[in-house]
Design a protein around this ligand. Structure first.
Ligand code: 5GP
Ligand code: ZN
Length: 119
């Protein structure tokens, strides 16, 4: 497990910064966004420090698969209504131009009743 001492999400994984936990296992951590765009807004992150989707390689395929297969289960648990009339949005901002502010890979899961701040 790689950790960056200057990374806020590594500090959240380590419990050095408090967060509202949604899910945790050996490899993954999910927690509510501190500044939600919608009634349901949490992020799923790998516990290991990986700056963004731009650094992903074949060795990360299983990890990314686990994140994406976890997303629909947690979305429903957190109050997103079911597909197809309900649903949720999955966002991975990658790089400054795309709006990435925290450089530790995170998958936003966003849903719940509208209106949402970002449409
Ligand atoms: P990005 O813009 O990098 O895709 O998303 C980073 C997200 O992390 C933002 O939505 C922001 O609200 C959230 N965030 C930043 N710092 C913290 C924090 O200390 N705790 C939590 N729970 N979320 C944070
Ligand atoms: Zn990190």
């Amino acid at each position: 497990m790689h950790s960056d001492p200057d990374c806020i999400f590594c500090k959240i994984v380590a419990g050095q910064i408090p967060s509202r936990k949604v899910y945790e296992d050996d490899e993954l951590y999910a927690f509510h966004d501190i500044n939600p765009w919608a009634p349901v807004h949490f992020m799923i992150i790998p516990k290991t420090h990986l700056p963004s989707l731009a650094q992903v390689g074949p060795e990360h395929a299983a990890l990314l698969g686990r994140i994406l297969t976890l997303a629909p289960r947690l979305a429903l648990e957190q109050g997103c209504t079911p597909y197809p009339d309900g649903g949720f949005r999955v966002v991975v901002n990658t790089g400054t131009l795309a709006g990435q502010e925290v450089h530790h890979l995170h998958v936003h899961v966003i849903g719940g009743p509208r209106p949402w701040l970002k449409t």
